[in-house]
Design a protein around this ligand. Structure first.
Ligand code: NAD
Ligand code: UDP
Ligand code: UDP
Length: 311
């Protein structure tokens, strides 16, 4: 039986990952400081004796025994990661150092949840893993983007210098049940606004694009990557190549929720990427993976969840 550590396991993606790994019969230790995550996300799993929760901030050292580490701790929505930007960078950088130190001592395999934000506002479209990105080092998104880039650097240096068994996934925008209803991400914002009859807030002209992956597909790929062949480190893109403008997303949410909300336009935050779409050829070839859930089906599940939470 694997003894698996998940940092950030009480968050949106972490709670789905915890559920899947418990279902597969593993022993799971969730470490989380509950900044954006919540024990409520894991409440249905608590009766399982193979699950253990620990309140801990990954910027501090952690001494536990484990043979696999999924490092997900880090707020993911711009509103939350910009709330305390210094802490965001510390979480990515000090958190990575501590978890890599832990992996080095225990000789555990370690996976980093990196992000499409390492590509910044990309000039290459769609983005392949070889693209180095276009990131502003001093803007309001930098605490997150540069923190994640530095974490990737640390992973590859621990791999080269200490021969650590690393895996790096670059996650593109992912949505689904258990997203925080008020964390400011576009899918949760639009659905909550639609269900509450409030105005749908499009930032900018709504022509910027994102590619949205349903959470079940994403978690499937993450676990496949963790269990991929020895020596395949990535980075590997994980996402759904279906690309939509924010206006298309708003219209789809309105249609599927049957809402009468009206669309309003608000200023675009600085450094907001104009386009984003993953090239997933590497994931297809190395992991035998591709997403199965299209946007409308995934949104239906997500709307049903938010109806229970805020409807
Ligand atoms: P989330 O905010 O729901 O989850 C993050 C979790 O980390 C929360 O439970 C939070 O309490 C915890 N956390 C934050 N700082 C911590 C710290 N210092 N110590 C311990 N725990 C801490 O976000 P999510 O969407 O579940 O994202 C999970 C991971 O995936 C993040 O690393 C994020 O950067 C990455 N990611 C997510 C997406 C996406 O679209 N959801 C896209 C790219 C990358
Ligand atoms: N670390 C940890 N848990 C462990 C081992 C190490 O949190 O089980 C932390 C440790 O505090 C250190 C960091 O990981 O700051 C990096 O460890 P490493 O062994 O690479 O570096 P060193 O201790 O030599 O600075
Ligand atoms: N966005 C929007 N309205 C909202 C929230 C976000 O139009 O209420 C836009 C945002 O400006 C960005 C896109 O939707 O262009 C995706 O934003 P999100 O914060 O979800 O993810 P990220 O920008 O980190 O990809």
């Amino acid at each position: 039986m694997n003894k698996i550590l998940i940092t950030g396991g009480a968050g949106f993606l972490g709670s789905h990952l915890t559920e899947k790994l418990l279902k597969e019969g593993n022993d799971v230790l969730v470490v989380d400081n509950y900044f954006t995550g919540s024990k409520v996300n894991l409440a249905h799993l608590l009766p399982n004796p193979n699950l253990e929760l620990m309140r801990h901030d990954v910027t501090f050292p952690l001494y536990v025994e484990t043979n696999q580490i999924y490092n997900l701790a880090c707020p993911a929505s711009p509103v939350h990661y910009q709330y305390d930007p210094v802490q965001t960078t510390k979480t990515s950088v000090h958190g990575a150092i501590n978890m890599l130190g832990l992996a080095k001592r225990t000789r555990a395999r370690i996976l980093q949840a990196s992000t499409s934000e390492v590509y910044g506002d990309p000039e290459v479209h769609p983005q392949p893993e070889e693209y180095w990105g276009r990131v502003n080092p001093i803007g309001i998104r930098s605490c997150y983007d540069e923190g994640k880039r530095c974490a990737e650097t640390l992973f590859f240096d621990y791999n080269r210098q200490h021969n650590l068994d690393i895996k790096v996934v670059r996650i593109f925008n992912t949505y689904g049940p258990r997203m925080h209803p008020y964390d400011g991400r576009v899918v949760s914002n639009f659905i909550v606004q639609a269900l509450q009859g409030k105005d749908i807030t499009i930032y900018g002209d709504g022509q910027q694009t994102r590619s949205f992956c349903y959470v079940d597909d994403l978690i499937d790929a993450m676990v496949k990557m963790m269990n991929s062949e020895q020596g395949f480190t990535g980075p590997v893109n994980i996402g759904n190549p279906g690309e939509f403008t924010m206006l298309q997303l708003a219209e789809t949410v309105l249609k599927l929720s049957g809402s009468k909300s009206k669309i309003i336009y608000q200023p675009l935050p600085s450094d907001d990427p104009k386009q984003r779409q993953p090239n997933i050829e590497l994931a297809k070839a190395k992991l035998g993976w591709q997403p199965k859930v299209n946007l409308e089906d995934g949104l239906k599940e997500t709307i049903a969840y938010f109806k229970k939470v805020v409807g």
